[in-house]
Design a protein. Structure first.
Length: 476
């Protein structure tokens, strides 16, 4: 997932910019009441778990379908206790387990070709549960930290303690990779015992690899870097996972795909951010509930999360946007001068989109190696929205002006604009009589349309796409 790979950039940007205002993302009525959802037939999560994993997708039929596949696999395992298999309302591709739940996201479901691949993803998570991997990692991590503290105390050297911690955490990452491969093997056994095709685990890995390659292309990076894992990586590279499956007899076992049932279950599913989080449309961010929007530079990719919006430029310039309901009496310029540390320089009062705003710069020399940093704050109703902007490299002076200009595009959406914003949805159609080029043109994106179409359908070529009896599309 590209967003997970760039989370360190958010930390860098926030640490550099220091304008770390607490954000207050809008809540659904159900979340405010402590419920996962109010729709009948949709699982309700305990409040503490929902805060950790996010909201449940409010589609009772899809939830029941995914839970049915999971229960079928669970019956083949030796895991004691009761578990629910739940779809999260998130567009990123992910699956994980917590407490008595196994979670998959809408983003993962959109990537899969059939029920067998869903079974492979759920089986992988059951593999982790069966071997108690989470508990093992927690104990191992605590052991590393205890050893580091003891080394520092015995030697009287913090440096020695840090060295022990570094080496131990690197070993823990290698340990995690072994757990991932073990979960693949166990998941493969479960899905075959449940009657599914054995090569679904390999094809699942292939699909996730294609998605990662496309994400790298969108960021202007080399697609083949997805197959290079570093010593600090906690997961094996996709090709390493594929190679580990070779020679296992179950990996080629025949079995059911249940493709028709799967595609019927996901047809019409949202593949977008939830309206409560706002929508990314190319280089624009538009929020239908807060009725606000802005436009990033054309070379930026925007990534939306409940804490804010991260923008990453081709030159690795960064933009972070969020809003807060923290009271800020008086002028924003005075608040910026008195509250931000280190105190910004060249603080100016401004007007953006007809609203009060303030713009300031981070003092030069306050951080070694840091380029140009700007803070932009804008009042929006009872909230204050803010941009943290960072540009490094030889072109940083010009680029920071471009980023400030992007922040100045912040505006309030009209009621009609907000009402017209709807999530993109997955559609399953027959491709008969329609060319691949025509299908690609229907995608609501400005670039990489054919590449997106092929990845969405899990194929490498137009010829493979043309042989599919049904094709997945994304439509407004």
């Amino acid at each position: 997932m590209i967003f997970r790979r760039i989370l360190p950039l958010i930390a860098l940007l926030l640490g550099v910019a220091a304008c770390t205002l607490p954000s207050n993302p809008p809540q659904t009525a159900a979340a405010a009441a402590g419920q996962g959802t109010t729709q009948a037939g949709v699982p309700t999560l305990p409040r503490e778990i929902e805060r950790e994993v996010g909201a449940v997708y409010a589609d009772a039929a899809l939830q029941a379908y995914v839970d049915g596949v999971g229960q079928k696999l669970l019956a083949q395992s030796d895991i004691a206790g009761s578990y629910r298999f739940v779809v999260l309302d998130l567009p990123v591709a992910n699956a994980h387990a917590m407490a008595n739940y196994v979670f998959v996201t809408r983003g993962l479901l959109a990537s899969l070709a059939d029920e067998a691949e869903l079974a492979a993803a759920l089986g992988h998570e059951l593999g982790h549960l069966s071997q108690h991997h989470a508990a093992q990692r927690a104990r191992a991590r605590q052991g590393v930290l205890d050893a580091a503290v003891e080394a520092a105390v015995v030697t009287g050297s913090v440096t020695v303690g840090r060295s022990v911690a570094r080496d131990g955490l690197l070993a823990l990452r290698r340990y995690s990779r072994e757990q991932e491969l073990e979960a693949d093997r166990i998941g493969l056994s479960l899905l075959v015992r449940a009657g599914y095709r054995g090569d679904a685990m390999a094809s699942l890995i292939d699909k996730l690899r294609r998605e990662s390659q496309l994400e790298l292309q969108l960021m202007g990076e080399a697609p083949d870097s997805v197959d290079r894992r570093s010593a600090t990586s906690t997961h094996p590279a996709p090709l390493e996972r594929r190679t580990a499956l070779e020679g296992i007899p179950e990996a080629t076992a025949p079995g059911a795909t249940n493709r028709t049932a799967y595609l019927a279950a996901v047809d019409g599913m949202s593949v977008d951010d939830a309206p409560e989080e706002g929508f990314v449309r190319e280089n624009k961010f538009l929020h239908p509930l807060l009725k606000l929007g802005f436009e990033a530079p054309r070379d930026f990719r925007l990534f939306n999360d409940q804490d804010g919006v991260l923008g990453v430029g081709r030159d690795h310039s960064l933009l972070f946007f969020s809003c807060t309901k923290e009271p800020m009496p008086g002028s924003l310029a005075e608040w910026m001068r008195n509250k931000l540390k280190p105190t910004p320089t060249d603080v100016q009062s401004a007007e953006i989109g007809g609203a009060e705003a303030a713009i300031g710069a981070r003092p030069r020399g306050s951080d070694t190696g840091v380029g140009q940093v700007r803070y932009v704050m804008v009042r929006h109703g009872d909230q204050v929205c803010y941009f943290n902007l960072l540009s490094e490299g030889p072109d940083r002076d010009r680029r920071i002006d471009v980023l400030v200009a992007a922040a100045r595009t912040f505006r309030t959406l009209s009621d009609a604009e907000a009402a017209a914003l709807k999530p993109y949805r997955l559609r399953v159609i027959s491709p008969e009589g329609v060319s691949a080029a025509q299908l690609a043109r229907r995608l609501p994106y400005g670039d990489f349309r054919m590449e997106r179409l092929l990845v969405l359908n899990g194929v490498d070529s137009v010829a493979e796409l043309s042989r599919l009896p049904e094709v997945k599309l994304i439509e407004p």
